[in-house]
Structure formats: C-alpha cells, structure tokens
Write a protein that binds this ligand. Sequence first.
Ligand SMILES: *Cc1c(COP(=O)(O)O)cnc(C)c1O
Length: 829
Amino acid sequence: MNKIAQIVKWCNGALAVDVDINAEIDELATDSRNIEHPETALFIAIKTNLRDGHLYIADAYVAGVRNFLVSRHVEAGELQGANIILVKDTLLALQQIAAGHRKQYKLPVIGITGSNGKTVVKEWLYQLLGGRFSIARSPKSYNSQVGVPLSVWLMEPEHQLGIFEAGISQPGEMEQLEKIIAPTIGVFTNIGEAHSEGFLNIRQKINEKLILFRHAQHLVYCHDHAQLNECIVNYVHHVQDVKLFSWSAKQDADLRVTKINKQGNKTQITASYKGEEATVTIPFGDGASVENAMHCWCVALLLGLSQAEIAEGMMSLQSVSMRLELRHGLNDCTVINDAYNSDLTSLQLALGYLDQQKQHLMHTVIMSDMLQMGKADIDLYEEVAAQISRRGIQRFIGIGPALYKNKAAFRKYKKLRSIFFRSTEDFLKNFHQLTFNKEAILLKGARVFAFEKIGLLLEQQVHQTVMSINLAALKQNLDVFRAELSPGVKTMAMVKAFAYGSGSYEIASLLQHAGIDYLTVAYTDEGISLRKSGITLPIMVMSPDASSFDRMIAWNLEPEIFNFRSLGMFVQIAQTLQVKNYPVHIKLDTGMHRLGFEAHDMEQLITLLKDNPMLQVASIFSHLSASEDPKEDDFTALQAKRFDDMSSQLMRELPNSPLRHLCNSAAIVRHHSLHYDMVRLGLGLYGVDGSHSLEGKLQQISTLKTMIAQVRDVPAGDSVGYGHKAMADHDRRIAVICIGYADGYLRDLGNGNAYVLIHGQQARTIGSICMDMCMVDITNIPEAKEGDEVTVFGNDLPVTLLGQWANTISYEIMTSISQRVKRVYINEE
Ligand SMILES: *Cc1c(COP(=O)(O)O)cnc(C)c1O
C-alpha cells in the first residue's frame, strides 16, 4: 500500500489540508459513482473538455472518500476530516503517481500498441501465460491517458508479470504512457491505413507509437508490414538499441511462418524458430486471429516457454468478447451477460453496470469460481463477498467447488441471501425451484462453467428479428456533439417516441449516467415510466394533454406551455395542488407554425406569469424548421432574430433567468452562434447526421437483423407474392425473410425498391412486402441458406438509405420499427 505522503511526493503536490499524512491509499478513483473502497481511495478530480471532476467531489465525500487530489481551491470546511492535495494538473498528477508506483517493481512488463488487436493480444497472452505467472494487466481496453495509469496502479507485490496496452490519438501522448508502463518487452501489433486526426501521415503515427519502446529490451513485430518494418529498422538504427524479434510469412524472420492451413474454424500454423519447425493450431479461422496469435507466439518464446507448452495453450485460446449484453429475460427480468474474463477487476466493472439498472429494485449476481492466480481462495472470495455486499446486491448465487467451499465468506453479510451449487449442472437441475422475477441479473462465469446454458434459461426466446442497440456508439455520438459546444452550454436529449425507436429506459439511463442535463419526452406516460425506472433527471414533456397535468406534477415532470389555454389549465391544477415554483417551459413560435406563443402574445403572457408565481419559467425555447438546409439559412437567421427578441422581452420581466434554447441536432453543428444556454439533441444521438457536415464521425447505433425462413427456386415466368405479379424471364432463387410491414418494414420498400444484406451481399426485395415477411432475390448469393442472418439496416446499410428508398426520412424508418421487434442492448468498449 502507498501512503499519502508518498503520493504527494510523486506528483509534486502540496498538501493543502493534511489531516493524516499516514493515510493509506489502495485505490485511485476518477468516477465518483464507481469507488470500491472509499476509505482507502484517492479521488482524483480530472477535468476534460466534457466534464469537470471537481463537480463530483461532494458525491465522492458522501460515498466515504477522505482523500482528494484537485487542481483548484476547494472549501475544506465542506470536506471535514479529509486530506486535500493540490496540484496544477490532475491528469498529469495521476500519471506521475502511476509512474512512481510502477518504479517500485522490477519485473518483466509487456507493453502493447498498434492500430488493431491490442486487447486481443493482451488477453491471449494472459490466457497463455496465466498458468505460469501471476499477472497484472489492463482491464478491458483501458489504454488511454487515464486508463493506462489506472491499469498500472493495479500492480501489486505478488505479481510476476505485467501486460498493458497503450493507445494514442495525437502526437505527444505516448511520452507519458511510456513513463507509466515502462515496458521491457514491446509488441507493435500493426498499423491501420486509415487517416487519423492529429497525425500528418502514417510514418509520424508509427514513430510516435514507437516511443513506447524507448527503454524496452525486446520488440516484437511483423516484418510483413512494409512501412512498419521500415520505421522500426530506422528507429533501431538511429535512436535506440532494442533487440528486434520479428515474425513473417514472406521473408526471413526470427519466427518464420512456413505454412498456414485453414480448416473451417481452425487454423494450423507451422513456423520455424532457430532452425526447428513447430506447429500450433488455434481455434479460429480468420486472418486477424492468425496475426494476433503470431505476436503471442513470439512473446511466449521470449519468455522462455517451450514449443510444446505454447502449442497446448494456443489450442485453447478463447475469443475475447468485450461485450456486456443486456437482454430482456423471463418474468420481466433484465439479464446482463458478461462474457468477459472472470477475475476481480472485471467483476468490479460488471457490478458497476449492474448498479446502473435502477429499473429493478432487486439485483442478483450469478457467478462461477474465479480462475485468478496469485491470491488464496479464501482472500479472493472474502474480497468478492465484500464487493457484492457493498453494492447492495440482495441475492448471490455461487457456482463451483471453490465458491461452495467458501460459503462462509458470503454468509456473514446478513442482508445478502446466498445460495451455492457445486456445478453448473447442479444449478440447472434446481433451476425451477428458484424464482427470478422483475430483477436485474448479472451472469458472470468463467468459460469452463458454460454459463451460456444458464443464459438460455433466463433469457426470453429470441424472436428471429432483433434490433441491437449499441450503447457505446450512442455515448460516442453524444461526445461528438458535446465537442461542438462551448463550456457551460447544457444538453437536453430528446428521448421522445421510444427514443426514436431505440427503447426509452436503456437510453435514458445511459444519458443520465453520461451527465446529460435534461430529457424530453412527448407524453406524460413516457415520462412516468422513466421515473418509475429510476430516472431522476429533469424531464420536459412536449405535448402535455391537460388531463394528465396532475399526474405530471405527481411525478415531477415539467410541461411545455405553448398557448394561453394550456397555461390556464396548468395554473388551475397548480393552484389546486398548491405547488410552489413549479418549473415550466415556454415554447415560442418563430416561424415553424406548429406550437408556441407569438410576438403579439408576449405582453399578456408576461402579465399572466407575473400573476402566477407558483409557476417558474425554467426555460424558453423555439424550434427551427430548416436548420439542416444551407439554402434556408436566411430563414433560420430570421427565426433566430424573432427568438432573440421575444425571449429577451420575457427575460427582462421575469424574476428569474430561465435557460434559453433553440438548436436541434443539425443546428448544433451548423449554427454555433445559436446555442444559447442549452441545445436539444435528437436524431444525431442515434447516429444520423442530418447536418451532412460531420464527415462520418457519427455511428448508427441500431442494427436490425432477421433471418431466412425458407429458400426456394422459382422458374422463369412464375410470380412471387400477392397479386400474381413480380415475374421474370429467368429462373430465380428467392429467400423468404422474417420481416414485414407489421414489424415496421414499410410497404414502399417492396418490389425491388430496397435491398437487404445476406453474407455481405445485396439481395433486392421481390413482390410486395407482406405483414410478417417478405421475399428477396438471392439468385446471385449461392451460399445463402435457411437460418442465415439477414441485415435489414446497420453500419453497412444506413437507415438514411432506407428512408430514400421509401420516399421518407430516417426519423420515420426508425420510429416505425414495431414494439414486437426485440431490442438487445450492447455495451461494447
Ligand atoms: C424532436 C425535436 C428536437 C430534436 O430534433 P433532431 O432533428 O432530431 O435533433 C428538438 N426540438 C424539438 C422541439 C423537437 O420536437
């Protein structure tokens, strides 16, 4: 453990307030919502252009933290009994602390960088070497300026090897990461051709990445990437003496691949090393896996493993999934399936995600024995039990001999119900005696325990048509828009219409977690269901119908007031319920001519608002009708002028100062001068670039897939589908796919107006779209067969294209996907 005095020294800090300079720190925390051991944690207030950690100091204090690292003055009085360290730059301090921590250890450390494969190589090395060494490694893909120091901090005296990955996005960043990781063995996986921001060209990118190996003794890389090889050889020649260890399938190298033999899902690789041939088989059939495995092979040789040991490990490599899948389960449960490794760090991450599932009061963890080296079982499970109990989890189901033996560690927490089974089979046999109802369930099992069988029982039968929603992509889209905003401008997210078809609660919960300021729904009922599932953000309701005003107030939802009639009725209810300062939002009509007050209404509106102080205007806003269209910029300017005039008139007379907001997604990007105090983000969040000026920075968050139900051959001259139409003069092969207009696949997409993707190839619709299915032409896709996956839209087939085909807009395509289509939420790192 590190003492606080030591930490102060490492980061050159000043102890602004010292209460206890002997306080011990075993955890570095940058997120106040995710702190494992508050008593011994140091909360580091990091400021990025999106978020300022200083705003969460109070939360961390309430959670029990008593040590803080800050870069600006904080009132000590509010942090009774806490140590406060003051530095100039908290991110730099975090990095210096991690570098100081790293220096305490003399052991081999593998540093991995490159464009692709970093995480897989790191995890595979862990799988290959885990039986030999006690290993510290980066959790998931923690490879950033913040992620690397947090990873390296996990090194402890018992470790014999470190494996960390490093990723950078601009020049200058690797310098810091090198000091923190200080690798003795380097792995440079590969370099992508894609142009990346911040770098002049690929060579500059390679050279920057090479900085990671400044003090390394060995560097592993593939000789066959020409540019990479050139830069590395040059680097070794001019800059530094490091022993290169290369592999190649084409030329002479330390490990020379002589034969690659693909057999379905397996690949046999033969290579010669020091004049002797050896063969390994990996359980993967793709080229990227071969490349990743080769890098691991080189490292394993460097670390002294024998060819026989390596071959044995390679055979059982497991795919690295960084997904946490959220699915709807039986009896209204939500199931989180964590297919990631089973160890303490990943448990902590998964528990954090479970904690966010506030729509359920009851939380259950089903976990298998952990296969973690370096800790005695008893200590390991004491720690697991402590984590589980601290998170307020009500039920723990432990599966496996080691957990069974260590029951007592869990039983001592009186509020935690715990049940144990010796094996997965035992659990499955007893499944029907357990009840699972309206709860969030985390499934976390090491591979050998085959938890997928439990998943099958808990999850609802998947309807063949599934829309998967990538929550990580949503978060990235949000960040793209936040980067457009000046500091202090707030964000309101539009989650109306079931979050543009994506599902309300899951999206709202993510947005709440991401620190958004406001949510907006269309109807009171939508707002209530968000409240019921634990959303506490302020929520504006856009089309409040007067009969629901009382329920709005009961659930703390804020109405949009757009005319005198709605104002009058809300006032009545507010008087009856005797509310004070109730927040309302005043909508102005500046040219859209939908809802809203007009200029000539202002005086009367002011009088009414002054007469009714139980209402407080929280915001004033208007909607632009053509913000995406450069040809209409004059009209947008006119709308803005009207908004400015009307809202200024109101602001002068109102006792408080409401927020003003005007911009929707397209306007955020195209009209920076109109951001006012807040912006309203809709379509862009879901990955559609209405502004046409974000150059592919957004990711479509939803993918709709279905399945081929039947394949048949239709002779020339025969028709397909209703109406005895759709004939052709040649023989065709058609596939019937499980999606129709009742799922939201619009009828206009029929008769060849649209295509779907099968095995990556286009298959056009034939005949009309039926209610539950439709037909597509697969004459040119001979490998297509029954049961195959069909992509209706997704990253390779944008929703905007479907919009064009059906003569409509993306908004309609997205919101038309019916509720019977199952949604699956994916949180991918
Ligand atoms: C839907 C909506 C938005 C969001 O518009 P996008 O174009 O989807 O960003 C903003 N403001 C109002 C009033 C809306 O109804």
